[in-house]
Design a protein around this ligand. Structure first.
Ligand SMILES: *[C@@H]1O[C@H](CO)[C@@H](O)[C@H](O)[C@H]1NC(C)=O
Ligand SMILES: *[C@@H]1O[C@H](CO)[C@@H](O)[C@H](O)[C@H]1NC(C)=O
Ligand SMILES: *[C@@H]1O[C@H](CO)[C@@H](O)[C@H](O)[C@H]1NC(C)=O
Ligand SMILES: *[C@@H]1O[C@H](CO)[C@@H](O)[C@H](O)[C@H]1NC(C)=O
Ligand SMILES: *[C@@H]1O[C@H](CO)[C@@H](O)[C@H](O)[C@H]1NC(C)=O
Ligand SMILES: *[C@@H]1O[C@H](CO)[C@@H](O)[C@H](O)[C@H]1NC(C)=O
Ligand SMILES: *[C@@H]1O[C@H](CO)[C@@H](O)[C@H](O)[C@H]1NC(C)=O
Ligand SMILES: *[C@@H]1O[C@H](CO)[C@@H](O)[C@H](O)[C@H]1NC(C)=O
Length: 474
């Protein structure tokens, strides 16, 4: 029986921990005060429910000649009307709950000299204030950790009421030791806060996917590169933010640049994805051999006149007619080096270089290399967030071609320009965009949904802002 609630309540914070160095992070998650407020609301609601289910042990004691015991303690209500989560620079998050109240009832049994017998009581404790610090760290595997410290719980205004035949005894008991229950309650609150943060909240924030496997070739490293950082305005998580090829690991030949976050705080959470993050994607896909693409006759839409065969190309390349008459062709596109992009305030821009090797397919199915083109062009990207994933689509401006090699004599590349324009815009880009539309996972905790998405470009990074919704279990 945990105070899931507490944990989560406090953890509400965590909701947002969807997310977050010695070196610069490649990816930063920022949880703003708006996010902490949302976390606090969600958390407190759960916490109220959990506290009301606290199992209290029997209490017995003695005060002079008075012997008493309390049992079947039950909490019909636990109200936490005011609470706040405040980031405290270099410390963590302070949770303070004020003017809370609790009602408690149960059975009692008293013995005082010759008087003894059962009764029942109602206790109402009001104006309880609870304060504690949530300390955030990271473990050796780069996952976030959370614990509590400096917990205090104070209560004033205790109302005690007895019923039963011995109700008259109420005053004596009250004089005996009213503060006993109060003390018990105070320790119990702090014990349970610590326990539930450890059991529930810690478990929850471990759902941060520190390594997100994207497919059988590529993963994203979202481990924390430093403990979460509290500032007066936000909680920031610095993550590695690096794509990697599962098969070939090699050191990335450049480092992340610092991300100068703007002081935007309207959204609950912001994600800063550096150009490093995207460029390691380029490297990982390149190394995994995933940036190789073949264009064959079968991919050309049926309603198009154009056929991918040597008869068509022999109009510009006379030697084709003699050497490879009327044979189907195939293009193999690959990247000689990993694509490298830059991000500026105007957006993402890059000029990938693509090698296009043309082949004739011989009657016995083997391939005869014809010519090698180098293709480049300005590519622009539109980025969005959908279902907790970064999605994108690319558009390419005019492509530029140059002939790198040919087994069929030199020819004027502008003759094949319109064919290559067509192939890149109608065959290559739609396929690439279909993949980019599946997107890449953001580092989010379980059961978190994003809405109200904002996309902005800054020097060296993409800023994504969002509001958060926590889907309670069940
Ligand atoms: C508490 O007291 C009740 C009534 O006397 C008893 O039935 C119950 O077993 C006790 N619980 C514990 C944990 O001692
Ligand atoms: C504190 O809570 C009590 C009820 O438990 C309420 O009557 C009182 O107005 C509250 N005080 C403040 C300052 O909110
Ligand atoms: C409620 O508690 C606060 C802090 O513990 C204290 O300053 C205040 O006087 C208390 N109010 C009442 C009505 O007991
Ligand atoms: C009341 O309880 C407190 C804490 O348990 C104890 O220190 C104190 O001696 C008790 N007072 C009486 C009068 O029993
Ligand atoms: C992720 O990055 C951290 C920090 O650089 C590193 O220690 C860890 O080995 C990396 N994990 C993977 C799976 O690459
Ligand atoms: C090659 O393309 C031309 C023109 O579209 C067509 O007439 C011819 O049948 C095609 N040859 C093959 C082998 O597909
Ligand atoms: C296919 O045919 C070509 C030329 O006709 C020949 O050079 C090549 O060795 C053949 N390849 C195979 C695998 O038979
Ligand atoms: C690509 O963009 C750059 C700068 O915006 C420009 O100088 C260049 O001419 C463009 N290239 C093509 C092929 O459009």
């Amino acid at each position: 029986m945990g105070m899931q609630s507490v944990a989560v309540a406090c953890g509400a914070l965590t909701l947002c921990l969807a997310l977050t160095t010695a070196t610069n992070p490649g990816f930063v998650v920022r949880i703003t005060q708006a996010g902490l407020d949302y976390a606090q609301q969600q958390g407190i609601a759960i916490l109220e429910k959990e506290l009301a289910q606290l199992k209290l042990p029997n209490i017995s004691g003695k005060s002079g000649e008075l012997h008493y015991s309390l049992s079947r303690l039950h909490i019909p209500s636990f109200r936490l009307p005011h609470s706040q989560i405040t980031p405290i620079s270099n410390v963590g998050l302070q949770v303070s709950i004020s003017n809370a109240s609790v009602e408690l009832n149960g059975d009692c049994w008293v013995k005082f000299l010759f008087i003894k017998g059962p009764g029942s009581f109602d206790l109402k404790v009001e104006n309880i204030s609870i304060k504690f610090i949530l300390r955030l760290g990271s473990d050796t595997s780069g996952k976030p950790t959370i614990s509590t410290s400096d917990c205090s719980a104070r209560a004033s205004k205790v109302g005690l009421h007895f019923s039963g035949k011995l109700a008259w005894f109420y005053n004596i008991f009250k004089k005996g030791n009213k503060s006993l229950l109060q003390k018990q309650l105070e320790t119990m609150v702090c014990d349970n806060v610590a326990k539930s943060v450890h059991n529930e909240l810690q478990t929850y924030i471990w759902t941060l996917p520190v390594t997100a496997r994207i497919d059988d070739k590529i993963g994203i490293n979202y481990t924390l590169v430093a403990p979460p950082r509290a500032t007066t305005q936000s909680l920031d998580l610095d993550l590695k933010g690096e794509f990697y090829s599962l098969a070939h690991r090699s050191p990335v030949p450049f480092s992340p640049l610092p991300l100068a976050f703007p002081s935007d705080h309207e959204r609950m959470v912001y994600f800063g994805a550096s150009s490093y993050f995207f460029n390691t994607a380029g490297i990982a896909y390149h190394e995994a051999g995933a940036l190789v693409f073949e264009i064959t006759e079968a991919m050309i839409p049926k309603d198009v006149e154009f056929k991918l065969n040597t008869s068509v190309f022999s109009a510009f390349i006379p030697q084709l007619e003699e050497k490879y008459p009327n044979m189907p062709m195939k293009f193999r596109l690959s990247t000689p080096t990993a694509p490298f992009l830059t991000i500026g305030e105007g957006g993402i821009s890059f000029q990938p270089i693509v090698d296009v090797q043309a082949y004739a397919i011989l009657p016995n199915s083997s391939l005869a290399p014809l010519f090698l083109l180098s293709l480049t062009g300005n590519v622009s990207a539109v980025i969005n967030v959908r279902s907790g994933r970064i999605v994108g689509s690319l558009d390419v401006g005019r492509i530029r071609l140059s002939l790198k090699d040919s087994a069929v004599g030199t020819f004027q590349v502008q003759f094949v320009q319109s064919i290559m324009n067509y192939l890149s815009s109608s065959v290559l880009l739609p396929r690439l965009n279909a993949r980019l539309d599946e997107g890449f996972p953001l580092p989010l905790l379980d059961r978190i949904q994003l809405s109200n998405i904002l996309v902005r470009f800054h020097q060296n990074f993409l800023l994504l802002g969002a509001d958060v919704r926590f889907q309670p279990q069940g």
